[in-house]
Write a protein that binds this ligand. Structure first.
Ligand code: MSP
Length: 507
């Protein structure tokens, strides 16, 4: 059975999740659900990144211990993912003791093999990014993302021989052994590596500077650089214990490495394409298969920021409109891999046009007619009247284009609407009962397919469709079997329940 391992970045616990984080989680969830549904053995990992100076500073400001603070925010991420129906198999926290133990072991291993050595360094550091910056990355002396002047770090530290791995990483990226998608992002990384190369980086701070971190096992005066700790989540989250490159021993989940898709936005691509891959090479593990860089989006045309007060809370949106509405809107509105914009106005427009008047109306119409003309009983099976939707859908998923798969599903809804309009069952009810029954079967069976098609995107909606079609166990039907014509058996009772997407109350 093919396997599919997908990860999101682990999110900083400096604040509760916003819609940008939710987008990554939802997109990963759609891909994970698709792969699970199509029979792949799937593991979907997400979690929280909890160490480092940024968290230490914020906790201090709030008069809390960093762990106590991290506990609170990490719980908010979990609550948000539950609210959004995210089906992650694992949720890793970098303060989990198994993770911390594994990081210590991995560090010892790298130190033993002399990939880590003691030295000193002088560099500019942005606390907002938790990353070192080159002068060329600054705009008017400040980090362009955090509008804050970087700190000058000049101190003793342990360094990681990143420079050693640069040629191998470049080779693997160029040959797509480490695939970076969309290809424009690959090109950016390649030209960066070709022009600037990689320098060794500090992977520790003295404890008096950063106390909130994993202590280096070979020098208790230092804590580990938060990114090294964080990257390892992708393997410790599968149960990797920190040593050895054999990734299929007793712990079942380790067979999932390497990740098929590591999802993130452009802000953290460079570190994933360089430091993370180098750590994997240093530890003798396989490098990532695909880094997929989805778009970074603004809200109402502006970068989300606390100062602007335009930070969107995904839980509030899910509570007001429903999780499926947010899931649908984000996947449909933002072309996967391109930057985009989020606005409530657009969400409400799509709610009306695509959900209430689109899928909601179609399902209600077909079930209403079935109740009216056949007392809710599914008529005799007709010969197949299914479009090539499944081929199109699978092809888009194979190319990591869930947004295109979703558009194709909405085109399919449009075809079914057209079928109702041209066949006019209300006329056939008076003129041709045979054709009416055949048409109703075609429509009802197509709704079953529609439920399956929307499930990865809108699981709660799909389940409502199956319940209304009298198919509570539909999701237990295997993928290929479910794609065949005729799954809906004659005589099944359907019921037009509540509308899937009631009209929005005027604000
Ligand atoms: N903790 C690090 C990642 C470590 S992974 C080993 C981190 N955390 S973060 O909380 O800042 O999350 C960044 C990620 O959140 C982005 O790469 C992206 O996946 C998501 N997004 C945050 N804001 C976003 C938008 N405005 N738009 C789209 N995605 C956004 O970096």
């Amino acid at each position: 059975m093919p396997k599919f391992y997908i990860t999101t970045p682990i999110f900083y616990v400096n604040d509760k999740p916003h819609i940008g984080h939710a987008y990554t989680a939802i997109a990963a969830d759609v891909l994970a659900r698709y792969h699970r549904m199509s029979g792949d053995e799937t593991f979907f990992l997400t979690g929280t990144d909890e160490h480092g100076i940024k968290i230490q500073e914020i906790a201090e400001k709030q008069g809390k211990q960093p762990k106590e603070f991290a506990d609170e925010i990490s719980a908010k991420f979990r609550l948000a993912w539950d609210t959004l129906n995210i089906s992650n198999d694992g949720f890793i926290r970098t303060t989990d003791s198994a993770h911390e133990d594994a990081v210590r072991k991995a560090l010892s291993e790298m130190y033993k093999q002399e990939w880590i050595y003691k030295g000193s360094y002088e560099a500019l550091y942005c606390v907002g990014c938790e990353q070192y910056k080159t002068k060329s990355e600054l705009v008017e002396g400040k980090c362009p993302d955090h509008k804050r002047e970087p700190e000058v770090h000049a101190e003793e530290a342990y360094l990681f021989k990143l420079s050693h791995f640069a040629p191998e990483i470049l080779k693997r990226i160029k040959s797509d052994t480490i695939k970076i998608l969309p290809v424009t992002r690959k090109n950016e990384v390649v030209s960066f590596l070709e022009q600037e190369g990689l320098n060794d980086i500090a992977i520790s701070r003295r404890k008096e500077k950063v106390a909130w971190g994993i202590e280096l096992p070979f020098d208790s005066n230092h804590t580990c650089y938060v990114w090294v700790d964080a990257f390892l989540n992708y393997v410790t989250g599968l149960g990797w214990s920190g040593t050895g490159s054999n990734l299929s021993p007793e712990t079942l989940n380790l067979k999932f490495w390497p990740a098929n898709v590591q999802l993130m936005s452009k802000d953290i691509l460079r570190v994933h394409a360089t430091i993370w891959q180098a750590i994997l090479l240093a530890l003798g593990l396989e490098t990532s298969q695909t880094l997929f860089i989805h778009g970074f989006f603004t809200v109402d045309g502006q970068k989300m920021s606390k100062t602007l007060g335009n930070v969107v809370d995904p839980i509030e949106i899910a509570q007001k409109y429903g999780a499926d509405v947010l899931r649908y809107h984000l996947l449909r509105e933002i072309s996967f891999g391109s930057d985009g914009d989020f606005s409530l106005k657009r969400l409400e427009e799509r709610y009306e046009s695509d959900l209430a008047n689109g899928i909601g109306n179609l399902v209600a119409r077909v079930l209403g007619m079935t109740e009216k003309y056949t007392s809710g009983e599914v008529p005799q099976v007709t010969t197949s009247a299914l479009s090539n939707i499944w081929d199109v859908y699978d092809a888009h998923f194979a190319k990591l284009e869930p947004d295109q798969a979703l558009s194709a599903v909405w085109a399919f809804i449009g075809e079914l609407d057209k079928f109702v309009d041209t066949e006019a069952p209300w006329v056939l009810a008076k003129t041709d009962r045979g054709r009416l029954n055949a048409d109703l079967y075609i429509l009802l069976e197509n709704l079953r397919h529609l439920g399956r098609l929307v499930w990865p995107f809108m699981p709660a909606t799909a389940e409502k469709i199956f319940a209304q079609l009298g198919l509570p166990d539909e999701l237990k039907v295997g993928y290929d079997e479910g794609k065949k014509w005729g799954g809906l058996k004659p005589g099944t009772r359907v019921t037009k329940g509540d509308g899937l997407f009631p009209r929005l109350e005027p604000a």
